[in-house]
Design a protein around this ligand. Structure first.
Ligand code: SF4
Length: 370
């Protein structure tokens, strides 16, 4: 069994660890590139969601490297994610690829159901439940560490003295985490991480503009699709926080409800005056997180969505009211296969300039007592 799965940010690190710990051979698709996008666009329905198209590109590239089994997350509506996996299966069959596709549906509170599906993979390699638990724990620890270095990098980027140093350290750490073979080595790596970050020289007194990123999970997590927004904002001197990290998604979607942290449930309440029911994807979360970012004193929010993404279009319709009520600027960016870096950068620069200008106006007003 040569397993592959689609890219979505750094999720390939814990997934590779999980499947390799369970005795599977993992064939990683190459990182997403223009070629991945072109393959996906050429072989998917025109109005399919952008993430579906890029996943198809990932699958084709991985199959050409020898993968014979695809593990894909399933969905439960009401948006198109519910039939994503099935559509992808049909596309690959029509293209003549003879691959096994394992679609892991979100358990919606029934954790055992998910475990049973993963067991389909483990039994082939004579692994026990104990092995599965050990593998899940190891992958989880890597995911936590990845989230941690992403958050630290976002803080350091706008403050670094030597431009690009944070990214250099970050990229080498992701590679180190990927290569770690056991939990003891992972513990040692934690010290190495703090040392590596502490060597980055920063402007200690700088107070950067703080921007939150919310929106559809794939566009928020995959740097190829969001044109490396976190890095670009960092270069513009902005500290970035996302509404979702890999471990948040696991906690919210895969844990049985009694183990879910309270803040997951409470945060959605913030969206209730604007969207009071589940609209699919992260539509409700996007609104809740805009309110949350505003309450935490952020200077602005960027809302990302793929073209035609239904849940985020619903969220977008509520944004003007939220933005007005909480006096927080929100810029929505729709991403598709035609998104280009130059225009994107100009929009980011204009948004940040606008935030800086309004902060200056506010400061002048405070100083002059108006
Ligand atoms: S959340 Fe949006 S992009 Fe993702 S499957 Fe649903 S409609 Fe498509």
């Amino acid at each position: 069994m040569k397993i592959t799965f689609p890219h979505m940010g750094n999720i390939y690190v814990p997934l590779k660890t999980l499947f390799e710990s369970l005795g599977c051979e993992v064939i990683l698709p190459p990182p997403c590139t223009k070629k991945t996008l072109e393959l996906g666009v050429a072989n998917s329905p025109e109005f399919a969601c952008l993430p579906l198209k890029i996943n198809i590109g990932n699958f084709i590239e991985a199959i050409e490297r020898g993968a014979d089994t695809i593990v894909m997350a399933g969905g439960v509506g009401p948006c198109r994610f519910g039939y994503y996996g099935e559509v992808q299966k049909e596309i690959l069959r029509d293209l003549g690829y003879d691959v096994e596709m394992i679609i892991l549906e979100p358990p919606r509170g029934n954790f055992l159901d998910l475990i049973n599906k993963i067991k389909l993979i483990t039994t082939q390699n004579n692994k026990t439940i104990k092995d599965l638990v050990r593998a899940l724990r190891f992958a989880w620890k890597k995911a936590l560490l990845l989230d941690n270095i992403e958050k630290q990098s976002s803080k350091l980027r706008p403050r670094e003295i030597e431009k690009g140093q944070t990214d250099k350290v970050y990229n080498s750490l992701v590679k180190r985490i990927l290569d770690v073979k056991d939990e003891t080595e992972l513990e040692t790596l934690k010290e190495e991480i703090s040392k590596a970050f502490s060597k980055i020289r920063v402007l200690k007194n700088k107070t950067p503009v703080k921007v939150g990123i919310v929106g559809e999970i794939y566009t928020v997590l995959e740097p190829f699709v969001n044109l490396n927004i976190e890095k670009q904002l960092g270069e513009l001197g902005v500290e970035v926080h996302r509404n979702i990290y890999i471990t948040d998604w696991v906690r919210e979607n895969l844990l049985p409800s009694f183990l879910k942290p309270k803040d997951c449930k409470n945060i959605l309440k913030l969206a209730e005056p604007y969207i009071n029911c589940f609209v699919g994807g992260h539509g409700q979360e996007s609104i809740a997180q805009i309110v949350n970012f505003s309450k935490k004193g952020f200077d602005g929010v960027i809302h990302l969505l793929p073209f035609t993404c239904m849940p985020e279009i619903v969220a977008k319709s509520a944004i003007p009211r939220v933005s007005q009520k909480f006096k927080i600027p929100v810029m929505t960016i729709v991403l598709d296969e035609h998104s280009a870096e130059a225009g994107f950068r100009t929009r980011l620069e204009a948004f940040i300039d606008m935030i800086c200008h309004s902060k200056e106006v506010k400061n002048i007003a405070v100083l002059s007592g108006n």
